[in-house]
Design a binder for this molecule. Structure first.
Ligand code: TNX
Length: 539
């Protein structure tokens, strides 16, 4: 009896010591419930995550401190503060002058990560009274901030103290991407989407660490980017869209606004001018471009493969030089996409002649050319990139030419494919792609002819024949695009459907809060109640 009571006294003293002795502020310390970091429903799953089974309390007495020579570190810290404010209502100071009222700190610091393979490697150490984010580059800190946003629970614990506290589990995360190129594409040509709609898509993609948005800017049904030296492309070529519901185009200022918005989220915009096919809208605006000889009129249907530029006319290349030059000048990213798909109205020899010449024009303007897989049939430079969508034969050719490949197999990665026969939007020419099929494949093992070393990354294209606004876009893109983020970021051995399925279910509160019209596939047990960490039972 006596021994037991001495032991309990010792435990009590230790408890008081731990809770009050170490705290040098005026507020009584809080006893946090112990939670498990490994339970965090993170997408994409990080390389390493280990739990120390304790907790950090995020509350109004928390601040953020950013250090680093690059101003990007402080900018990303401000971004984090803003996202914490919209999620929790907490207004955290960044680099507080007076630490008087601060109990706990989130440090964002510039540190070299040993063994990092690229610019996006980061580490996060979460302890009881601090969170330390280490990274060498601001873009890595930006990815780390997405991890933190996902770790902060949707709801606070209001029973621990006189204020709301968001309980964050302690532990260590060490992370970097498997593929450097993690993308999606939006077709703004078949139906036009506004700058605001594109920005919302960018925000959602960035939350899942996607770092590329490819904009399909031109097609038979519409030309969507102002070209100052050829103004009728936008004013005439941009006046229609599928279904006869109007059209529209981005001014160069609009486009630059999108580029800048994406850049703040460390996302590269890839502009695509699709040619020599898919060019009806351009040829209606400037008929000398046309190589079919057929009567020209604006087109609002969904057929493909009927238009072509005149590939043997010098003035066509002078025109392309102007267009590529203007777009390259307002595109800071390294890539320019020239389409090159489904040129059924171009003779094969003319096609090769055309792609060879256009590749040189793109290079002259300082960009790396990307084309759909058909471009591999031309004499491509090994610095050019083939986007695999349909033909393994073309992909094979591209690999043999030393080109890098972007993996967008239509049967697995096309966001415009219907989920099933009752899908409200979408097409089904390649496949039906339910949420599990979209996730259950490996880009690096898809085709024997496309080895891991040749793969630059993964891109999920969203063609817009059947969608015309954010609500419809979100129905097709979400949740499938979240799975593509994991296929491109997470190590192959860390991906598995059962684990992913549970983590995906926990995205519902975020998607709801962001007002995303995601498809509630019944393969997923969507969590309608807000996600909170379960307490680890005391033993
Ligand atoms: C094929 S994929 C196309 C597009 C269509 C899409 C519809 C590719 C390079 N070309 O023109 O919009 O199918 O799924």
């Amino acid at each position: 009896m006596r021994i037991i009571s001495i032991t309990s006294l010792a435990i009590l003293l230790l408890f008081i010591g731990l809770n009050y002795g170490c705290s040098d502020n005026k507020r009584p310390a809080v006893v946090f419930p112990k939670t498990d970091l490994a339970e965090s429903p993170l997408i994409p799953m990080p390389v390493k995550m280990s739990s120390t089974s304790d907790a950090f309390g995020l509350d109004q007495y928390t601040a953020i401190k950013a250090t680093g020579t690059d101003p990007g570190f402080e900018e990303v810290a401000e971004f984090l503060a803003e996202k914490i404010r919209t999620k929790t209502g907490l207004v955290l100071e960044v680099n507080p002058g007076d630490p008087e009222n601060i109990d706990r700190m989130i440090y964002i610091q510039q540190t070299k990560i040993p063994g990092a393979r690229g610019k996006e490697a980061y580490q996060i150490e979460i302890k009881k009274d601090s969170i330390v984010v280490n990274a060498e580059h601001p873009e890595a800190v930006f990815r780390a901030v997405q991890t933190l946003r996902q770790i902060i629970p949707e709801t606070s614990n209001d029973t621990l103290a006189d204020r709301s506290i968001w309980v964050i589990p302690t532990g260590l995360i060490a992370d970097e991407p498997y593929f450097e190129f993690r993308g999606s594409m939006l077709d703004v040509a078949r139906h036009f989407f506004s700058v605001e709609e594109v920005k919302k898509f960018i925000d959602l993609l960035a939350y899942y660490k996607i770092n590329v948005l490819h904009l399909h800017l031109t097609d038979d049904q519409g030309w969507r980017i102002e070209i100052k030296s050829w103004p009728k492309l936008a004013t005439i070529g941009g006046s229609t869209e599928v279904g006869g519901t109007g059209g529209g185009f981005f001014t160069q200022e609009d486009y630059m606004e999108i580029v800048a918005y994406a850049a703040k989220r460390y996302m590269t915009i890839i502009p695509e001018i699709d040619m020599p096919g898919h060019t009806n809208a351009a040829s209606v605006a400037y008929p000398f471009l046309d190589g079919t000889g057929n009567p020209l009129k604006l087109y609002e249907g969904t057929r493909v493969g009927f238009s072509t530029f005149d590939t043997r006319r010098d003035s066509v290349y002078a025109f392309i030089d102007d267009v590529v030059g203007e777009i390259a000048a307002i595109t800071p990213g390294p890539y320019l996409h020239i389409g090159g798909d489904e040129s059924h109205a171009t003779r094969p020899a003319d096609y090769v002649h055309f792609i060879n010449k256009v590749e040189k024009i793109v290079q002259k303007h300082g960009k790396r050319m990307i084309g759909w897989d058909e471009v591999a049939t031309a004499d491509m430079d090994s610095s050019s990139i083939a986007q695999f969508w349909a033909s393994e034969k073309n992909a094979d050719l591209a690999v043999k030419k030393g080109m890098k490949i972007i993996m967008s197999p239509a049967k697995k990665a096309y966001l415009d494919m219907k989920y099933d026969t009752v899908s409200k939007h979408g097409l089904n020419w390649a496949a039906y792609i339910p949420v599990d099929t979209a996730y259950n494949w490996s880009p690096e093992r898809y085709s024997e002819g496309i080895p891991r070393e040749s793969i630059l990354g993964v891109e999920a294209p969203l063609w817009s024949e059947t969608i015309s606004n954010s609500t419809e876009l979100e129905y097709l893109a979400f949740p499938r695009v979240i799975g593509y983020s994991e296929l491109s970021w997470t190590l192959p051995e860390k991906r598995n459907w059962e684990g992913y399925r549970k983590r995906l279910a926990a995205q519902a509160p975020f998607l709801d809060r962001m007002n995303v019209n995601f498809y509630r596939s019944d393969l997923i047990d969507w969590k309608d109640s807000k996600f909170t960490y379960k307490e680890i039972p005391k033993d």
